[in-house]
Design a protein around this ligand. Structure first.
Ligand SMILES: O=C(O)c1ccccc1NCC(=O)[C@H](O)[C@H](O)COP(=O)(O)O
Length: 363
C-alpha cells in the first residue's frame, strides 16, 4: 500500500518546505484498508484543493478528474460514463490524468526509498547547461538539444525505423550538445528503457528526460535511469511545485528545464529563485498550434532584461525546421534550441543537423 503513503508526498509537494526534502521516505503506509480508503478520499479532496490553487495561478490543467476516475465499470459489462467533469478538456490534461495513474502504480512497485538506495551507486551526472553554453560559444549558434522522438500526439509516428541508440549516436556525431529523450510510452512511444540504453551506450551528450513530471518521485526515477536533466512544465505545475522540484533536481545533480508557453507562465517562472534554464515552447500543448514568433514575443522588453540579468539560458522549443528559423530564435535571444520532428524525420540524421543549421556544427 505504498501508493497511499507516497500520495501524501505529492500533497507535501504543493505545500513545499525545505524540510520536506528530508521527510519523504519516512512517511508511513496505511495499516488497514479502511485507512487506505480514508486516505484515498483525502487525496481527492487535496487534489481539488491543489487545482483551486493552480487555477489562481492561471493553470488550466487539472491534476485529476474532479469527479473521480474517467472510466466506470458496472456489473459484468463495461460502461464508459462521461460527463463534463470527468472528460479531459484537452490533450495535455488527458496526458496529465493518465500520468497520475501511471505514476501511482510505478511508485507502488518502486517506493522512493528504493530509488534513493539505487542512487548511492549511480554514476555522476553530466553538466547539461554547461554543454549548451560551451556549444554556443564554440559555434556562435544556439546549442542543439536533439530530440529522440518516435511519435507525438500532434504528428503521429515520425520515424518507423526507430533505434534510439543509433539515433542518439548520429545526433552526437552531427554536433548536438545535449539530447532529449521522450520517456512517455502512451502518447509518444518513448520509454525509460530508451533513456537507460542511450546512457549505457557511451553517448557523451548530457540527457534530458522528456517526461510529464507531476510528482517529485519521477525526478528520482529519472536520475536512476541516467538522466542529467528533467523537464518541468509551468502550464501543469503550480509555483510551489516548481520551486520544490527545482530544489530536488539540484540536490540530485540534475538540471531543470522549466518550460513556459505564454507571458503569464514566463512571469511566474521569473519570480522563482534558482531557475537557470527556461524553455519557451512554441507549441501550445492544449491546441497543438505552433508559432516560432512566440519565442520572440516572450523575450521582448522587461522580460528579456530580467532573463539577461539573472543569466538564465533560454531554449527555443518546437517548430524549428530551417536555418532561417535558427537565425530567428537566435536573434530573439536564445542560446539553445530543442528540435525533434525536423531532424528525426531525416534519413541521414547527422547530415540533417548540418541542413538544419545551414552548416556543419560538429567539432
Ligand atoms: O509534440 C507534440 O505533439 C506534443 C503534444 C503534447 C505535449 C507535448 C508535445 N510535444 C513536446 C514538445 O514540445 C516537442 O517534442 C519538442 O519541443 C520538439 O518539438 P518539434 O521540434 O516540433 O518536434
Amino acid at each position: 500500500m505504498a501508493e497511499h503513503g507516497d500520495n501524501r508526498l505529492s500533497v507535501s509537494c504543493t505545500r513545499a518546505h525545505q524540510s520536506d526534502l528530508q521527510d519523504e521516505s519516512t512517511i508511513a503506509s496505511p495499516a488497514t484498508s479502511s485507512e487506505a480508503d480514508a486516505l484515498k478520499v483525502k487525496e481527492w479532496e487535496v487534489g481539488r484543493f491543489q487545482d483551486e490553487i493552480a487555477a489562481t495561478q492561471g493553470i488550466r490543467i487539472r491534476r485529476r478528474p474532479p469527479t473521480g476516475p474517467p472510466l466506470h465499470y458496472v456489473g459484468p459489462f463495461e460502461f464508459r460514463l462521461q460527463n463534463e467533469g470527468n472528460t479531459p478538456r484537452n490533450i495535455l490534461e488527458e496526458i496529465v490524468w493518465n500520468k497520475d495513474v501511471e505514476v501511482s502504480k510505478l511508485k507502488e512497485r518502486r517506493p522512493l526509498y528504493t530509488l534513493k538506495k539505487a542512487l548511492d551507486a549511480a554514476s555522476p551526472t553530466r553538466d547539461f547547461i554547461g554543454a549548451l553554453k560551451a556549444s554556443n560559444l564554440r559555434t556562435g549558434m544556439p546549442g542543439l538539444i536533439a530530440e529522440v522522438k518516435k511519435a507525438s500526439p500532434s504528428r503521429g509516428v515520425l520515424r518507423e525505423d526507430f533505434d534510439p541508440v543509433e539515433i542518439a549516436k548520429a545526433y552526437e556525431k552531427g554536433g548536438a550538445a545535449c539530447l532529449s529523450v521522450l520517456t512517455d510510452e502512451k502518447y509518444f512511444q518513448g520509454s525509460f528503457d530508451n533513456l537507460e540504453a542511450i546512457r549505457k551506450a557511451g553517448v557523451k551528450c548530457p540527457l534530458l528526460c522528456k517526461e510529464f513530471i507531476i510528482d517529485a518521485w519521477q525526478i528520482y526515477f529519472a536520475r536512476t535511469k541516467g538522466a542529467d536533466a528533467v523537464l518541468l512544465i509551468a502550464g501543469v505545475l503550480p509555483d510551489l511545485d516548481i520551486k520544490y522540484m527545482v530544489k530536488i533536481s539540484k540536490l540530485l545533480g540534475l538540471a531543470a528545464l522549466v518550460e513556459v508557453h505564454d507571458e503569464r507562465e514566463m512571469d511566474r517562472v521569473l519570480d522563482i529563485d534558482g531557475i537557470q534554464l527556461i524553455g519557451i515552447n512554441n507549441r501550445d500543448l492544449e491546441t497543438f498550434e505552433v508559432d516560432i514568433s512566440n519565442t520572440k514575443k516572450l523575450l521582448e522588453g522587461e522580460r528579456g532584461q530580467k532573463i539577461r540579468k539573472k543569466d538564465i539560458v533560454v531554449v527555443g522549443e518546437s517548430g524549428i525546421f530551417t536555418p532561417d528559423d535558427i537565425a530567428f530564435v537566435q536573434e530573439a535571444g536564445v542560446k539553445a534550441v530543442l528540435v525533434g520532428e525536423s531532424i528525426v524525420k531525416k534519413r541521414d540524421l547527422t547530415k540533417g543537423i548540418a541542413e538544419l543549421y545551414g552548416r556543419e556544427i560538429a567539432s
